[in-house]
Design a protein around this ligand. Sequence first.
Ligand code: OSB
Ligand code: MG
Length: 368
Amino acid sequence: MRLHKIILHQLQMPLKKPFETSFGVQNDRVFLLVEVHGKEAVGYGEVTVMAAPFYNEETPQTARHIIKDFLAPLVLNKEIGHPREVTNLFKPIRRNNMAKSGLEGAIWDLWAKEEGLSLSKALGGVKEKIAVGVSVGIQPSMSDLVEVVGRYLTEGYRKIKVKIKPGRDLETVSILRAEFGDIPLMVDANSAYSLADSDIFKEMDQYGLMMIEQPLSHDDVIDHRKLQAVIKTPICLDESIHTLDDARQAIELDSCRIVNIKVGRVGGLQEVIRIHNYCQEHKIPVWCGGMLESGVGRAHNLALSSLPNFTLPGDTSASSRYWDTDIIEPEVMMSSDGYIQVPSGPGIGFRVVDSQVKRYLINSESII
Ligand code: OSB
Ligand code: MG
């Protein structure tokens, strides 16, 4: 396989509703769509950066710079035998995982299309449908929260994850338990706490949550180990895990008992497979996190979630949870029992709709 052109499209897609986390409010999604042109097909990937470096260190501008000046020259007009090799080609470049992942993912899609394989099959996926949950942002009031969660439960979502931050934690959980009983419920703190807050998490044990996601610092595994030692609820790491080695160290230390896998955060699909396999061998369940992806990133998430150890519902909700109109056809739909079908067509298995891309387009740049 050879790439003769890479196109970076910067898009800005308005979210249906603002999404609030412990690090701020997002009204729209600004990201890069990556197009790679081979001999016979076009592959698509998504750089899942946020507009500002609040989740990780990358932004659309840094990702553009890294792809254009460092990653593209490593793959353009070079013979690539298999997309699993791309990770190694990118190794000399430190971090910048979302930039790497957007380009690597597009190459996987192109390869799968040229081979006539679905991306799921290309990755070693085994599931035909995947169970999904929904990530609920911090709401203006507790009554808004109850209404929103009630609506998602009615739609069929199989896991409710609510964002928490200091001052909006125990009350959030106790109200949801009082209102909805024994639903599959978890919280995500996006690193908003420190070990000094351990009592809050000890208190949370009584609510029987599925897990607590990334309570402590974004690059920590040591304090998470200390917290996990004094609470029963499993800790799930998100921000702290960038590589297989990070996952191995966290698991060896017992800093977490569940891993959230995000392809952008770990630098590509090949690293997803490696972390998935390691966790499977060590009986650590994984699930697919989300970065409010457009249909393209969503399609990649569906494919990777079809690997066997993705045993917990992911954050890969239906297109309609985020967008009035997505950029792919058909849109990602969830059945009323909370499953999404893994597409079986070649590559990502969805058509990217040019007119929709144009509608949200800020700029495009070709790299040859
Ligand atoms: O921590 O999982 C997170 C969105 C943006 C940045 C970080 C996170 C999230 C989500 C949304 O929780 C998940 C989704 O629905 O895509
Ligand atoms: Mg998270």
